[in-house]
Design a protein around this ligand. Structure first.
Ligand code: NAP
Length: 322
């Protein structure tokens, strides 16, 4: 099949891109990927997406976005993209079912995955005390004891955010120095609810139906202890889902796709939006906004492609250089 706009990923960025491309009569296709609806669909309650004063379940929010995009003519394909060839136009993709698709434009909205601790109990108690999103789930741990694992900006900032709810936030870090920016560190050191456990790793998350503790090991002495806690928030980095584009798209040292601020990548006709680009905000609303931008850029790019095909002048934005 040939598509004018092919979107990889079905989180808020991909689904918003689909909505805008569909309403521009471009009949987009969304290849849903491993996690239909994206990370937001795994969130119990979303209380910070505008328009839902009584909160909305994350799965329901993604479902509404998908139905809105479908209403205007978006097609959805269940599957994973396994190969992409963007060396010539039209672009060519192959999915895990073996189907090949061609596209005039591609919007990469594959998101990022939280890096896991990889310890026993982590998967078992996911959404039952183990969470990777303080903004989403912190509220559920009012007056509880929370462990945050990690020493980067995310761990320290999210730990600080969690002090709004928690009785105490224990920040467990594998070294005796934080990686976070000094100003953020200082804020954390000044916060009476923040406690620090240095040179320590988590080796197990324990529980009974829900989290009730974490096993910690001091990496210098080898000493182990189980600390009673109600929630564990691992913030040991994110992994952008960009393996498909290694060596093709310009990325930063952490593998996030670099764009020109208008969702355009270094390959003309290939756009990127959402968490695959953004390592700062990582919110559904910012991803959705970028999805909108990417669809508008793709639409302008197609206008120019069509104008060139009939030998007329470039008609709109889109083919800008950077
Ligand atoms: P990060 O900076 O890569 O920090 C990850 C932290 O997790 C590090 O402290 C690391 O320890 C620790 N870690 C990694 N693997 C671990 C493991 N298996 N077990 C225990 N600890 C482990 O990730 P991030 O905090 O998510 O930030 C990602 C990017 O976004 C960074 O560039 C960051 O500066 C940026 N960011 C910026 C802001 C801001 O400017 N306000 C806010 C959030 C994020 P080590 O320190 O020992 O390596």
């Amino acid at each position: 099949m040939h598509y004018r706009v092919l979107i990889i990923g079905s989180g808020p960025a991909g689904l918003t891109a689909a909505l805008y491309a569909a309403r521009a009569n471009l009949n987009p296709v969304v290849i849903r990927g491993l996690q239909p609806g994206g990370l937001i669909a795994t969130t119990d309650e979303v209380e910070n997406y505008p328009g839902f004063p009584d909160a909305i379940n994350g799965f329901d929010l993604a479902d509404k976005m998908e139905r809105q995009a479908a209403r205007f003519g978006t097609t959805f394909i269940d599957g994973l993209v396994e190969q992409v060839d963007v060396s010539e136009h039209p672009f060519r993709l192959t999915t895990d079912s073996g189907d090949t698709h061609t596209a005039d434009t591609i919007i990469v909205a594959t998101g990022a995955s939280p890096r896991k601790l990889g310890v026993p109990g982590e998967a078992e108690f996911a959404n039952r005390g183990v969470s990777y999103c303080a903004v989403c789930d912190g509220f559920f741990f009012r007056d509880k004891r929370i462990v945050v694992v990690g020493g980067g900006n995310s761990a320290v900032e999210e730990g600080l955010f969690l002090t709004r709810f928690a009785s105490e936030v224990l920040l467990v870090h594998r070294r005796d120095q934080l990686r976070a920016d000094p100003i953020i560190q200082q804020r954390a050191f000044n916060n009476p609810k923040m406690k620090f456990v240095w040179d320590t790793i988590a080796t197990e998350i324990t529980g009974n139906g829900k989290v009730n503790g974490i096993r910690l090991q001091n990496v210098k002495t080898g000493a182990e202890e189980v600390v009673a806690v109600d929630a564990v928030f691992p913030y040991v980095g994110h992994i952008p889902n960009t393996a498909l584009f290694t060596g093709v798209l310009r990325m930063d040292e952490n593998g996030y796709i670099l764009t020109d601020g208008r969702t355009r990548t270094n390959v003309p006709g290939l756009f990127a939006a959402g968490d695959v680009v953004d390592h700062v905000y990582r919110q559904a609303i910012t991803a959705a906004a970028e999805g909108c931008q990417a669809a508008m850029e793709a639409s302008w790019y197609i206008d120019n492609l069509d104008a060139q095909a009939v030998g007329t002048e470039t008609v709109s934005e889109g083919l800008g250089q950077w």
